[in-house]
Design a protein around this ligand. Structure first.
Ligand code: ATP
Ligand code: MG
Length: 153
């Protein structure tokens, strides 16, 4: 039923639980597992007191440095995820995908492009306001994607 499974991982506990489910499902169905980690793009904050369109030059280099750190951190998240799956289930065909952009739309686009049959993700991730059942990424993916989705709490 499921031949290709995409699991979205951001290093959070719910996403690690999602990874475990995705790996078990891959074993059960003999499915190929794609692990996707999206490096979020640093967004330039607005500085109301600096005037429109004026951004201190130092800020750009700060942003580059921050983006580089984010790249390295998310790359490690992907490597750890691949290693964990391979250790637990050496028989699974597992492939890692590291992309950069907005996590929700990147997950949906990757699912389409890779032609997966199932998306597995956590209900919440690393960020934000607790108390809500779903984070903004899982909410957007559930809203906009037509594929079956397993949201793991
Ligand atoms: N950068 C990412 N790369 C891959 N998957 C992600 C990424 N961010 C979130 N996800 C997936 O989405 C799930 C839900 O995370 P989400 O971002 O919706 O919650 P949150 O971080 O708690 O809230 P918010 O991002 O709105 O502050 C995660 O468990 C993970 O499966
Ligand atoms: Mg998030």
């Amino acid at each position: 039923m499921f031949r290709k499974i995409l699991v979205a991982v951001d290093g959070s506990e719910p996403s690690n639980r999602a990874l475990k489910y995705a790996a078990e499902f891959s074993v059960k169905w003999g499915a190929e597992l794609k692990i996707l980690v999206v490096i979020p793009k640093v967004i330039l904050p607005a500085f109301p007191n600096e005037g429109i369109g004026t951004v201190p030059a130092t800020l750009y280099s700060e942003m580059d440095r921050y983006q580089d750190r984010a790249r390295a951190a998310y790359k490690k998240v992907l490597e750890d995820a691949i290693r964990a799956v391979k250790e637990a289930h050496p028989e699974i065909r597992v492939d890692g995908l590291l992309k950069e952009g907005r996590p929700s739309s990147t997950i949906v686009e990757t699912a389409e492009k890779e032609g997966v049959d199932l998306i597995v993700m956590g209900s919440r991730g690393l960020g934000g306001i607790m108390g809500w059942v779903l984070g903004s990424t899982s909410r957007r993916v559930v809203d906009s994607c037509t594929k079956p989705i397993l949201v793991v709490k």
